[in-house]
Write a protein that binds this ligand. Structure first.
Ligand code: UTP
Length: 294
């Protein structure tokens, strides 16, 4: 890798079944669930675009056709909006299909996140690339992918976004073991521990669904045996990568929302609706009446 390798491609895994969000995910991709009026996966694409990435590969599977349709142009709808002079809506929907070059590849069998990323090998080639989980948004300024790319530009090695979680909850996450390098939240990683017991956790910094990975991860994923839930786990391949090359973690300033979890989904919608000028006032008043009558 040359000293000034740039991150030009992002991979968004979005093939999963979403069993934690049934029944809606029986026929709807969870990545298309709205945050007020915008599908989660559009917010994820916007984060990649804000980091300067224009080439985006989505990993999809059965039942995910609405994701393809969302990012395609809809000429009939455009001409309808044009005729009615609804300029704002027209710009809004044109922006979706024009902001990036979006490609799709199918994960044939849902064998886990590591397997999903392996499907990106031919498209990514031999460059380092960004990974953004398609069901996770992170409220951060600047966006976390941009923050990770800045760290990558410094070290030219893999960088993983880390979220500080309450110590009592570490056993729900993949946790980093490593040493802080500075006060800016950068860590040199020495291991990744999947769902540790509270007393055995090396930190309270959890893998947060955003990564910059070097292409060597593909060979490791190819030779990775199935782990937890009989799936190819990305974390297992990352444990092997960290033994071969330096890996960094970045504790970002921001809040992560996993939309595949029902409570997070409802909370995220309230938080984002309260940020919107067109509904904040009415919603706040409504929420007060709800809490009072509780
Ligand atoms: P999750 O860990 O949330 O798994 O995936 P899941 O299967 O989608 O959902 P649950 O646990 O059954 O509710 C994190 C991201 O990785 C993608 C998902 O679409 C999601 O965006 N993924 C997961 C794949 O693309 N392929 C897989 O085999 C698994």
């Amino acid at each position: 890798m040359s000293k000034d390798t740039m991150i030009k491609k992002a991979v968004i895994p979005a093939a999963g079944f979403g069993t934690r969000f049934l029944p809606v995910t029986k026929s709807q991709p969870k990545e298309m669930l709205p945050i007020v009026d915008t599908p989660v996966i559009q917010c994820v694409v916007e984060e990649a675009v804000a980091a300067g990435i224009r080439d985006i590969l989505m990993i999809i599977g059965k039942g995910k056709r609405s994701i393809e349709e969302h990012f395609d142009r809809n000429f009939e709808l455009e001409s309808e909006l044009e005729e009615k002079n609804r300029e704002h809506e027209l710009q809004t929907i044109r922006h979706i299909s024009s902001m990036a070059n979006i490609h799709f590849v199918w994960q044939k069998e849902l064998k886990g996140l590591g397997d999903a990323i392996r499907c990106a090998r031919d498209h990514v080639g031999k460059e380092p690339f960004a990974v953004l989980l398609g069901d996770t948004i992170i409220d951060a300024k600047p966006g976390v992918t941009k923050q990770l790319i800045e760290v990558f530009n410094r070290y030219q090695e893999s960088v993983v976004g880390l979220e500080e979680v309450p110590r009592a909850k570490v056993s729900r996450y993949g946790i980093m073991s490593g040493k802080p390098l500075d006060k800016g939240g950068i860590y040199l990683v020495d291991d990744w521990i999947e769902k540790p017991k509270v007393e055995e956790a090396p930190s309270n910094l959890a893998i947060a669904g955003r990564y910059i990975l070097v292409p060597e991860i593909f060979d490791l994923l190819d030779s990775q045996t199935a782990g937890k839930n009989n799936e190819i786990q990305l974390t297992d391949a990352m444990r092997r990568l960290v033994k071969m090359r330096a890996m960094y973690g970045l504790r970002f300033d921001g809040v992560r929302y996993d939309i595949g979890n029902k409570l997070d989904f409802v909370k995220t919608n309230l938080i984002y609706a309260l940020k919107r000028e067109d509904m904040a006032k009415d919603l706040r008043a409504f929420l007060k009446t709800l809490v009072k009558s509780d």
